[in-house]
Design a protein around this ligand. Structure first.
Ligand SMILES: NC(=O)c1ccc[n+]([C@@H]2O[C@H](COP(=O)([O-])OP(=O)(O)OC[C@H]3O[C@@H](n4cnc5c(N)ncnc54)[C@H](OP(=O)(O)O)[C@@H]3O)[C@@H](O)[C@H]2O)c1
Length: 237
């Protein structure tokens, strides 16, 4: 495949057009310190690390390097990913377009303000985990009602996929689509009543908010342990 493997991050980065940083947030300071020795403003740095801001990355590189922050999710492995993107101080339209092209290859993309990236992390990056729990629970319900587990899992997962496609392709508000399924005095309204009593909505909202808060905390922890180099401090607009 022509893939060169090395344990030397400086050698890895030297002379490449695009550098994608996909290490854990806690390893980011160390990796940036290493690559700062060789990186140039002609290169594009893309980071996918949760909570690591473009400002954090820029401050640790010695020169004004274009940085794009991306927050993808695991369905990227199927080409069904969702990636939010934002640019740093030196990222121009061409850099954003390059990053968009990369993540378009594995799913949908959207540009957001960087202040929303922790929220994106809590929603679409952590989101698959919440939805797996919902699929698992629906399948458990099917098993409780005597449906074989493999059939119940298929019913639950395909229903979630179909519902997601209805929202995306009809562009209708989810509440309107829900109303279409809900016949007066029918079965679905009884199910919905149980969901309301179980506080599903508020629980999901709180789950996303908690995950986003955790993402914000991670950044604070990093900054506490690895202060911004004095010489690299810049003012943003
Ligand atoms: N998982 C998700 O759903 C998701 C979604 C959005 C964003 N992200 C972000 O993606 C990043 C990676 O997450 P992951 O779940 O893929 O983690 P992971 O499986 O642990 O991958 C981290 C990679 O970084 C490498 N690495 C560690 N230290 C390094 C160093 N000093 N120099 C060079 N490479 C080093 C590791 O190599 P070795 O295995 O050889 O140590 C490993 O290949 C994280 O920042 C995370 O926030 C993840």
């Amino acid at each position: 495949l022509g893939i060169e493997a090395t344990t030397d991050n400086r050698r890895l980065v030297h002379g490449r057009d695009i550098v994608i940083l996909a290490v854990k947030p806690q390893n980011m300071n160390r990796v940036l310190t290493e690559i700062a020795e060789v990186i140039t403003p002609q290169q594009l740095v893309i980071t996918v690390a949760a909570s690591v801001t473009t400002q954090f990355v820029e401050a640790r590189l010695r020169v004004p390097v274009p940085v794009v922050r991306a927050m993808p999710n695991t369905p990227c492995v199927l080409g069904a990913g969702m990636t939010a993107l934002c640019g740093g101080l030196y990222a121009k339209d061409e850099h954003l377009a390059t990053a968009e092209e990369i993540f378009r290859a594995v799913g949908e993309t959207v540009f957001v303000d960087e202040s929303l990236m922790d929220g994106v992390t809590g929603l679409s990056a952590s989101g698959p985990a919440y939805l797996y729990v919902i699929i698992e629970s629906l399948a458990e319900a099917g098993v409780k009602l005597g449906i074989p587990r493999d059939v119940a899992t298929l019913l639950a997962a395909q229903t979630m996929l179909g519902a997601a496609r209805m929202v995306l392709e009809s562009k209708a508000h989810p509440a309107l689509l829900k109303d279409v399924v809900t016949t007066p005095a029918g079965c679905t309204i009884d199910g919905l009543l149980e969901l309301e009593e179980g506080k599903l909505r508020v629980t999901l909202i709180k789950a996303v908010v908690k995950a986003a808060e955790r993402a914000r905390e991670l950044v604070e922890t990093q900054n506490a342990h690895s202060p911004t180099p004095q010489t690299q401090t810049r003012h943003r607009d």
